[in-house]
Structures are given as C-alpha cells and as structure tokens.
Design a protein around this ligand. Sequence first.
Ligand SMILES: Nc1nc2c(c(=O)[nH]1)N[C@H]1C(S)=C(S)[C@@H](COP(=O)(O)OP(=O)(O)OC[C@H]3O[C@@H](n4cnc5c(=O)[nH]c(N)nc54)[C@H](O)[C@@H]3O)O[C@H]1N2
Ligand SMILES: Nc1nc2c(c(=O)[nH]1)N[C@H]1C(S)=C(S)[C@@H](COP(=O)(O)OP(=O)(O)OC[C@H]3O[C@@H](n4cnc5c(=O)[nH]c(N)nc54)[C@H](O)[C@@H]3O)O[C@H]1N2
Ligand code: SF4
Ligand SMILES: [Mo]
Length: 746
Amino acid sequence: MSDRQKTGVTRRSFLKWTSAASAMAALPLSRQLHAATPAPAQATSAAAPAAKGQWKPVACWHNCGGRCVNKALVADGVVVRQKTDDVVADSPDFPQQRGCLRGRSQRKQVFGADRLKYPMKRKNWAPGGGDKTLRGRDQWVRISWDEALDIVASETKRITGQYGNESLWVTGGNGTDFQSVFSAAGGFTGDWGTTSWGAWFETPAHLGLLEGFYTFGTNDRFDMRNSQLIVMWGANPAWSSPGSPTYNYYQAKKAGARFISIDPSYTATAELMDADWYPINPGTDHALALGIMHALLEMDSPENPLIDWEFLRRCTVGFDESNMPAGADPKKNFKDYLLGTYTGKPTTPEWAADICGISASEIRSLARQIGGTQRVALLTGWAPARIHNGEGWVQAFSTLGFMTGHMGRPGRMTGACCHYAAGNNGTRLVMAGANGLPAVKNPVTLKINHNELNRALLEKKFRQRGVGDVDANIQMIFHPFNATLQTRANIMQGIEAYRSGVEFIATAAYVPHTCAKYSDVILPVTTEWEREGTILNPSNREVIIAAVNVTQPLYEAKSDQWIAKELGKRLGVNVDEIFPISEKQQFFNKLNGATIIAEDGVTKAPLFTITQADIDEWQVTGTPQEGRITLNEFLTKGKYQVERTPDDNYGYIAYEDFIRDPAANPRPTPSGKFEIYCETLVEKAKECGWTELPPIAEYIPSASGYEASFKDFSKKEKGDYPFQVYNPHYLRRSHSTLDNVPWLRE
Ligand SMILES: Nc1nc2c(c(=O)[nH]1)N[C@H]1C(S)=C(S)[C@@H](COP(=O)(O)OP(=O)(O)OC[C@H]3O[C@@H](n4cnc5c(=O)[nH]c(N)nc54)[C@H](O)[C@@H]3O)O[C@H]1N2
Ligand SMILES: Nc1nc2c(c(=O)[nH]1)N[C@H]1C(S)=C(S)[C@@H](COP(=O)(O)OP(=O)(O)OC[C@H]3O[C@@H](n4cnc5c(=O)[nH]c(N)nc54)[C@H](O)[C@@H]3O)O[C@H]1N2
Ligand code: SF4
Ligand SMILES: [Mo]
C-alpha cells in the first residue's frame, strides 16, 4: 500500500481499486466479508458487477450508548451511499434499529480528511521528552512504523526500567489489546472514575448492588406503556440515546402516559413527549428530591395517600425510628431528617426552591403528581449523578421511589434509564460470544481516580482506593482508546501537566484528537470499517448487530491489535500467548459463541447456524451448530432481532421478586432490604477517601456548585464565578468523536 501512496494515487481511485478487487474474490463469503488483497489481474474484469454495488453492514462503533443497523453501498470500490435498518417493516412492537445522523455520516469520518495517515513524531521530541513545552503546538514529522514502534518500545523500557512499571499510565479500563501487552510487560498504573455513570456505578449499596455495574433498575419497553406518568429527571434520550429508544417512550405516550421533564434545558425529548418542563439549576437535584419528599410528608393523609407506607415497612429500613437497621441510632432516621426534628433545618419545599430554582408551589405540585398517581416511572439519566457527592443524589432519588412505592410492579419503576438500556431494561436476550483471547492480569494494582489525574501528574500524589495517599511518579502516558485529556476534569491543568513533568506520551488514534495532539508519537489506527469485522456491543437487549470489512486499511493505518503485537515483540513479551489466534478467528468466535435466550425466557441456545462449509470457507476453527439463522443471513442483513410480543416471557420488571416477597428474595444488603439508612455506603465512601458521607441522603452542597456561585448564599449576591456550566451529550458527537465531521456540524 505504501507504494501506491508514493505514486500519489487519490483516495477515491485507491478505494475503487481495492474494492473492485474485493468484488472479484472467489469465495462468496469472503467477498462479502472482506475487501480482499488487491489482485490487479482480476480487478479489470470486476467492473461490471461492482458498478451495481453491494450493501454491506458496517460498524457504528462509538460509545454513544446504543447500536443501530448501518449499511454502506460499496459501488465501484467507493462507498457511495449509506442506509439504515430496512430489514423488516417498522412497527412499535418490532421496531427497526434505525441509526441517527452520526451513524449515517460515518463514511465522512472513515474517509474524512482528518484521518491520521502515517506514524508521526513531534519535531522537537528527543528521548526523555525533548522540549516538552511544545507539546500540542510542535510540528509533526512523518516516520516509518519501525521507527515509531522502536521509539515507543525503547521509551517504555527505559522509563519502566528507571522508575518502575508504576510510572507508566495507560488510560482506560483494563482489557484492550495494548493493556494486555503492557500487563505482560510488567504492568501499568490504570485509572477509574465516575465521569460517565456518576454514582450509579460505584455506590448503589442502598439497593444492594455492591459491585454495581451498569445499575439501571428500570423495567422493559413493553412495561413502560403501563405507566401513567413518566418523569424524565435529567434524561434526554432523543439526544443521548439516539437510534430507536425514544420510539419506546413514544409508545408509552401513545398508550396514554403523561411526561414530566426535570432538566436545565428544554430537551428534544420533552418537546416530542409534550412534557411539562421543570427547569432546574444544574447539580441541585438532590435538594429538589428532598423538597418533594418533605412535601409528601406534609400532604400525605389517609384520605389523600401520597406515601406508600406499606412498601416502606415491607421493603426498606431507615425511613423512620420504628424501622431502623440493627445498631443504628434511631434519631438518625430519614423522616426526622426531612422534618428537621433534631437539626432544626427541615428540607421544606421553600428551602429546596431556594437552591434548585423550582418554586415551592411547583415542588408541592410535583409531590402531588408523583405520590398521587398510581403507576409512575421515575427515570433519571446519569447526568444528575455526574457531580460531587453524587452518591447522595442517587440515594435521595431512590428514596423518593421507595416512599412512593413506584418500583417492582407494572408501570412502576425508579432508576437510571439511559445509554443502552434507555427505555428498555432487562436481561440481554441475544449476546455475542467471547473473542477467545486470554485475559492478562495487570500486576500493578494502582489506579488513579479521574478527579486526581492532574494531581497525580503535578503533585505526584494520588489517593489509592482503600489505601489513602500514595506517591506517584508518572513518566509515560499511553492513550489507547479514549481521549482523557479532553474528557476528564480540568483540561487546562491537564495541558500544563502534559507540558511539564512527563517524559513520554504516545497515542494510538485515527484522528488527531486532543490526546494525540499533546503526544510525542502518534500511531495511526484503522477504523472498524477497515478491520476483519465484528459484532457490536452494546446494543439494546433484543438485538445483535454485525459489521463487516468494507475496505483495506487506509494509508498506513494498522489495527490496534497489530500495533499492540508489534510493540509486544519489541518489549520482549510472548505475543503468541496473548494473541494466540487471528483477528478473523476472533470475529468468528464471537459468531460461533453467540447465544439467544429461548422463548421460555430462560434457556440459552446458539444463535447462528454454522456449517463445516462455513468453517472451511472462513479458514478458521470452530464447531458446526444449529441456530436460528445462518451466518450468511446475519452478515447480509446486519442484525438479528428477537421478535417480541407484550405477553412473551422476555418481559422485565426490576426488583420484581424482591418486592413481591422480600423475605424469600432478600436484597444482598446487611438488612436484606433496600436501605434508606445505609452503613455500607458510609464504608464505601470512606474507602474512596474524599468526602465522608452520612448513612442517609443528607444534602451536602457541591464544591463549585450552585451555592458556591454566590458570595453569600443567604443574600443571593453572586460571587466572582457567577455562572454554572453544564453540558449535555449533544446529538452530533459521541464525546470527542464525530464532532469534526462537516456534515454533522451543518
Ligand atoms: N465535561 C464533561 N466530561 C465528560 C462527560 C460530560 O458529560 N461532560 N461525559 C463523560 C462520559 S459519560 C464518558 S463515557 C467519557 C468518555 O470519555 P472517553 O472515553 O475519553 O471519550 P471518547 O471520545 O469516547 O474516546 C474515544 C476516543 O478513541 C478514539 N477511538 C475510537 N475508536 C477507536 C479504536 O478502535 N482505536 C483507537 N485507538 N481509538 C479509537 C476516538 O477517536 C475517540 O477520540 O467522557 C466523560 N467526560
Ligand atoms: N449524542 C450523544 N449521545 C450519547 C453520548 C454522546 O457523547 N453523544 N454519550 C453516551 C454516553 S457514554 C453516556 S454515559 C450517555 C449519557 O447519558 P445521560 O447522562 O442520560 O445524558 P446527558 O446528555 O449527559 O444528560 C441527560 C440530560 O440531563 C440534563 N442535565 C445535565 N445536568 C443536569 C443536572 O444537573 N440536573 C438535571 N436534572 N439534568 C441535568 C441534560 O441537559 C440532558 O438533557 O449518553 C450516551 N449517548
Ligand atoms: S445511535 Fe449510536 S450506533 Fe446508532 S447510528 Fe447513532 S451513533 Fe451510531
Ligand atoms: Mo458515558
């Protein structure tokens, strides 16, 4: 390929050439799956069939919270059009998995002008860093792959040799190909945090979700239609769960649900659902929840019940002094906190109004609507929990659900409703198999919290969870698959840190995102369109989405795995142990191991029919099996979607068993119940080592929050930093991705 680039062939003619060749490849499967290695003799005679073009399922792979069918029409070697799901007719019960504007513009990214074309180093880089102050504003010099890999490997060896493996920080969670290699080479310091899911991930101990991963707590899409009132509390699926989820909310509206939106912005979802909008000051949701709960107590009566006392008694501990968990001080109950019995500071609607900006009468109205409606869905996104002391908000929001009993029953749910589970929570019905690569354990256990990334670089200290402050001496940063300089707190300080201490920074990327720009060496990676193909996670629970190869790697880009392997070899790691199988075999394994939950709602069965002929054609190892559809059908249609009906066995109501019979199905909490008063939460917070939290959802104003924007909050006189900034996940981007695509900007 580099030869062609030297001859200055344009991208269009280059693509035309590679893909015309692919259309001629002999085997039907490989023709469909992969742009074959160019074979000029064949390319000439390929013109006729290629001109008609072939629709291929292609990846839309970003962290957008969903997955949709995306197809590219490859004609004459060029992707000339894209389309989305037209596999079956659309209907509310069996909705198409239609892509949003980003997926449909994907070719403008894959073939975009911003692609990184070849490895580069910073002009004023030298071993040890060179002139580090020029990071982000230096010139770039094109280098060969060999030179790039040699630099990264020798700097890794030099730095880990001199300062220890702890001095290497590889961003992102564990499990990427690079992390496997660096783990095998002695390990690295990682990072963790709650910038995405807020406190829903780490600390919903009050729900009995101690190892909480992706806590949602809401019901499935058919059940949403049973709700009479749907509260979208900091949730805007039309923007942050684009694709099909908002369609599910719309079915609930058609079935008669009324909508409320509590959000600083009047959102596109609020508009579509004709929701009543309650504009709230950012980051003050905890105060509003407490105000509503106080109002419930004020107005609840036997004639006009707003509180589900039976639910509180049966399913929770900690609400009042009569149902405190063993050993707890009865005076620390939640009800007395709301009433201010011992503090003298009741959380009245007037108190809350002052903070959250929603009037006391509106707060009482919200209490009447939420408490006084039979079947309510309390749905929040992750945004309101992406704050200081987010745990308190998560606990307060849950407690509102406990007080009103809107949980575990048809049309009633309280939880997070966003990302891939927006409008449709529950067990996955179809699932990809594992790729078959071994997990490689990182021998270094240090992990920097996202709040302290810059502190670790500048002050050379961070708080290790469960340990306390530890010394840090980060001298090398490797960014594999994220843009943390841009997507974590305090970018200006981050830039300062990148321009001072660290000796070496490298990034693998396909566009020059922020981390790449501030690096010393950039390694250009392929996009999914240039790779072997894959099954895309995470889609909604009912569908599984395919992506196949569309083109040979563009320019000099290489897959992450290829780069990781080459690096591994230079680091003296046994890469055959880490990557014992080809990328094609990894794709095949995902298909071979894919499962579906059968109509009984329990039994797992293979999803795809795979024949020995398939295995031979793919030139992989595998086991023939009987499934629901053939490989070919899946890889042509681009999806498998479970056909559902309202009365099937796939319905999901969160916490249903527990709420029906708490004694027989206890929550994994010390009390076996939902814990309004939760000592585990106190312990978890202590383990992290920042703010100490009370066992009940007491209000703690956020550092740099709304109250802090005033010189003197009681006098309402604004201070030096009078504004608050918040940002939604807006439609044209996925975090740092796609925002550069001209179509999307238009
Ligand atoms: N202020 C503020 N900050 C936030 C948020 C917010 O709302 N406000 N949201 C937070 C949330 S929810 C999240 S999840 C995080 C996301 O934070 P990140 O995970 O850092 O953000 P992404 O932009 O998704 O990072 C992915 C990057 O990897 C690149 N990439 C994509 N595919 C590949 C690949 O196959 N290989 C390689 N090597 N690179 C690839 C993309 O170009 C992209 O730049 O940000 C958080 N930060
Ligand atoms: N288009 C697009 N979609 C995405 C992403 C993306 O980058 N772009 N990222 C994906 C990822 S990784 C994630 S984690 C999810 C995130 O999903 P969410 O957290 O649900 O999405 P956000 O857009 O951050 O916030 C949802 C709504 O909360 C509002 N909001 C912000 N701050 C507050 C607050 O303090 N209080 C209240 N009440 N409302 C507030 C916002 O105005 C917005 O309307 O989105 C996913 N979907
Ligand atoms: S919702 Fe996500 S997967 Fe679907 S088209 Fe948009 S960006 Fe792609
Ligand atoms: Mo996220």
